[in-house]
Write a protein that binds this ligand. Structure first.
Ligand code: F6R
Length: 366
């Protein structure tokens, strides 16, 4: 069952190169210049009529939706809001026929997400689902479905389903950009080329798991820590923090690096671990100045950077580098290191990795 791995979570982490390939391959033209999402029934005119997008989901799927917001806004230039499903319905969201509501759910059975989908449909929006389970409630009730081909996920902590959701958002962003002409064909081809390199790059991250294990052994003796990042790195920081809490039971918070000095910096003291994500080139200088703020207060900074970049390396105490890719795609690599971090931290603490306390795989109550 576990194919030689000690836990389902580790097995599923290692299945990610395949999940990436299975989710993208049939949706990229053989020339590698276009994305075709045949499952989307919206005509070009219907896509042009969309004036806002709401992404609605829970937990890890919500975090994928935060990356989705960046990706769609950057590629398709449509305004996107990402919301937690258990909040969305109760704030009288402004939903019209020109709103595209995207629900993201691995299981396709999450009660709050399903209720948000129904509310969106009742208000006349078109609903697109990103789900891993063909024939699930969410898949059946949505107008369009992008299936993530991650395969069955057993560990309670989601890994390959989350990253396949990221791939789905990249493909969707490209699909919208092609239709709306918001990006040049050359740029679209460049993103597709970089997407196709991801599975092999994930393998390289996995090969360096020992390095992450050292980080994990270090943090496993602490009860509090911080994740910081800007832009897409912030979205990934939120997911890294959730995963760590979920299976290692170490308390952590993820902060937009620029927000620390508005209160949270008060919690930084001698020896506290701070995991700093610095994969976004345009934001590097600003991130480094935030790293200096925490280091000056005694934090021990573990950096997640990009190969061949030495600026971040100089600013942190220890570094783990992901392979070089486009900034837009970095989450699909950096999050793998954070999944491994949580896994090894949970292991070091002797927890039940696959079945963390108090949690269920599928949440069918509101
Ligand atoms: C965390 C985790 C949960 C789920 C959430 C939504 O690792 O797995 O946060 O992401 O319960 O579940 P789905 O995606 O099935 O709607």
């Amino acid at each position: 069952e576990k194919a030689g791995f000690e836990h389902f979570m580790l097995k599923e982490i290692h299945e990610q190169p395949k999940a990436y390939r299975d989710t993208m391959t049939s949706r990229i033209s053989s020339e590698g210049d276009r994305v075709t999402l045949q499952e989307i029934g919206m005509t070009p005119d219907e896509i042009r009529a969309i004036n806002r997008i709401h992404i609605v989901a829970c937990g890890t799927a919500y975090h994928a939706g935060l990356v989705g917001k960046y990706v769609i806004e950057k590629l398709a230039r449509i305004s996107v809001e990402t919301d937690v499903a258990s909040e969305y319905r109760y704030r009288s969201p402004i939903i019209t026929k020109e709103t595209l509501v995207i629900v993201v759910s691995q299981s396709g059975e999450t009660a709050d997400t399903l209720a948000a989908l129904r509310e969106a449909k009742r208000c006349g929006a078109r609903v697109l689902a990103i789900t891993n389970v063909v024939g699930s409630s969410v898949a059946r009730e949505a107008d369009d479905v992008i299936t993530t081909w991650a395969g069955l996920e057993i560990a309670v902590a989601s890994t390959k389903a989350y990253t396949s959701q990221l791939i789905a958002f990249y493909l969707l962003g490209l699909h919208l950009a092609q239709t709306l002409d918001t990006q040049t064909p050359a740029y679209i081809a460049e993103v597709i080329t970089a997407l196709k390199e991801l599975p092999a790059q994930v393998e390289r991250v996995l090969e360096q798991a020992d390095q992450i294990k050292e980080f994990a052994d270090e943090i496993s003796t602490h009860n509090d820590l911080f994740f910081i990042g800007r832009g897409l790195d912030y979205a990934v920081a939120l997911e890294g923090s959730l995963k760590l809490k979920e299976i290692s039971y170490i308390h952590s918070e993820a902060y937009a690096a620029g927000e620390l000095k508005h209160g949270t910096l008060a919690l930084i003291q001698e020896g506290i671990p701070v995991i700093a994500l610095g994969t976004q080139h345009e934001l590097m200088e600003k991130t480094i100045s935030n790293i200096k703020e925490v280091k000056a207060r005694g934090a021990h900074v573990l950096g997640i950077g990009v190969e061949g970049e030495d600026e971040l390396q100089k600013a942190v105490d220890t570094i783990f580098n992901i392979p070089r890719t486009l900034d837009l795609l970095a989450p699909a690599l950096s999050v793998i290191s954070l999944q491994l971090l949580s896994y090894y931290a949970s292991l070091a603490r002797g927890n039940d990795v696959d079945k963390p306390r108090n949690l269920a795989k599928s949440v069918t109550v509101e």
